[in-house]
Design a protein around this ligand. Structure first.
Ligand SMILES: [Zn+2]
Length: 437
């Protein structure tokens, strides 16, 4: 039987705001001493009152606009209850039924992927498993507790692993282009989850189960986890075994997924509105202002590059990195460089792995100097070619008898005669035509 994958994604992105989501502790928890960035609010001490980080809310709205979401004029925070050692309040402040952003979309290869929602919540602390005085212990570090965390949830609209991974790469790029997070997977500031099931290819209905793959911290692992999970499900379905809703982890060394727990339902979390935070309200004018001030996204840069004649594959390369895209756009649209083919500029930048604007300008200026000094006058070139061939009869004979490499020696001689100024491409053509004539 042939099956089609049904994949939905959840992405968590930590925002790089100065302070945490509901208190004024620094949000940057990398390289901080354990529990250095804490206060009664993010330690969950009784009586401590949270207040919202406005910048984190604006950042999330921008992220929502980037994925064409409807931004809610009114939304709110809710308490999501569950017990975990790194969650001192025994609830997480999140958003339940009124998220900031809903009903977005993303077009991939002409196919639409629906974004169900994007909401804002607080990150949890971190458990550190260690050995102290010869004893195995679990220590808790609350530096990460309360760091603003966005969660994007898609509908199960991906029918291939590659499409899912490409979407996640796009999410990472968009976040970086907006400048709201480093989205660094190694540091955990971007984390992936997927829900996956398979359906009979002829059946249009969604399967009645889904398996969640949690806490995956690289594109490579997610790809691998999805591959082994799809194979596992296919095998079970072929054996006539019905799959159950559950959460599974991925064991990279054993290259398989393993059951963690059966899936919680929303009612298990006993959501209720956070009484200590007022609802979030935005007027249409306020939202419009945020939308109007959206920075250029990778797709915008791509369109601008191709419009001025940059090749598609180059435009794609340039839009992998915001700094590179910004700087290159400045350079290729600079009047000073108009006489150059933009692809020539890109090729210099790509080959030299440049990203800083000063370095780019320096290289492009060099290119202009080279080109302006270059001799491409056929009469003069012809004289040098003649002299070179006459002085290297052996190379000429070798070339004529089929040794194509021998031409390099003659070109080298011409370059020497011209002081390095001869147009090498034209010289090559002239030697070929002369020796084969
Ligand atoms: Zn705090």
């Amino acid at each position: 039987m042939s099956y089609t994958p049904v994949i939905g994604l959840e992405v968590h992105v930590e925002l790089s705001t100065k302070s945490k989501m509901f208190c004024s502790c620094p949000a940057n928890h990398f390289r901080a001493k354990p529990n250095e960035n804490t206060c009664p609010v993010c330690l969950g001490l009784p009586g401590a009152l949270p207040y919202s980080n406005h910048q984190a809310i604006i950042d999330t709205i921008k992220f929502g606009y980037a994925f064409k979401c409807n931004i809610s004029q009114i939304s709110k925070f809710d308490r999501k209850h569950y017990f975990y050692p790194d969650l001192p309040k025994a609830y997480q402040i999140s958003q339940y039924d009124m998220p900031l952003c809903e009903d977005g979309s993303y077009i991939h290869n002409g196919k639409k992927v629906r974004i169900k929602r994007i909401h804002l919540e607080e990150d949890t602390g971190k458990l550190v498993h260690s050995v102290v005085n010869g004893k195995k212990v679990s220590l808790v570090d609350f530096n990460r507790s309360g760091v603003p965390l966005m969660e994007l949830v898609t509908e199960p609209d991906f029918d291939s692993i590659d499409a899912a991974i490409e979407f996640l790469r796009e999410v990472q790029k968009v976040v970086r282009f907006i400048g709201i997070s480093a989205a660094d997977m190694e540091k955990g500031s971007m984390r992936l989850e997927a829900n996956v099931s398979i359906r009979n290819s002829t059946d249009k209905n969604l399967p009645d189960y889904k398996i969640e793959l949690k806490n995956i911290n690289s594109f490579k692992f997610l790809k691998k986890a999805l591959e082994v999970e799809l194979t596992r499900q296919e095998k079970l379905l072929n054996e006539g075994i019905k799959l159950q809703q559950e959460t599974r982890g991925f064991d990279e060394s054993a290259s398989n997924t393993f059951a963690q727990r059966s899936k919680e339902e929303a009612k298990d979390y006993r959501y209720f509105p956070e009484p200590d935070l007022p609802p979030l309200k935005f007027s249409k004018i306020e939202l419009k202002e945020i939308e109007d001030n959206m920075p250029d996204l990778p797709g915008d840069y791509y369109a601008k590059f191709t419009k001025i004649g940059v090749r598609n594959d180059y435009a794609d390369l340039l839009t992998q990195d915001r700094q590179l895209a910004q700087n290159m756009l400045k350079v290729v649209s600079d009047v000073k460089y108009r006489k150059l083919d933009p692809n020539e500029i890109v090729s210099v930048v790509v080959n030299n792995k440049l990203a800083e604007i000063d370095q780019i300008r320096l290289q492009v200026n060099k290119l202009i100097t080279q080109k302006s000094l270059m001799v491409s006058d056929d009469k003069l070139l012809g004289e040098w070619v003649e002299t070179a061939i006459n002085s290297l009869p052996q190379a000429a004979t070798d070339y004529k008898s089929g040794n194509a490499n021998a031409i390099g020696v003659i070109i080298g001689k011409v370059m020497q005669l011209s002081g390095g100024k001869a147009d090498a491409k034209r010289v090559h053509e002239m030697i070929v035509s002369k020796l084969s004539g």
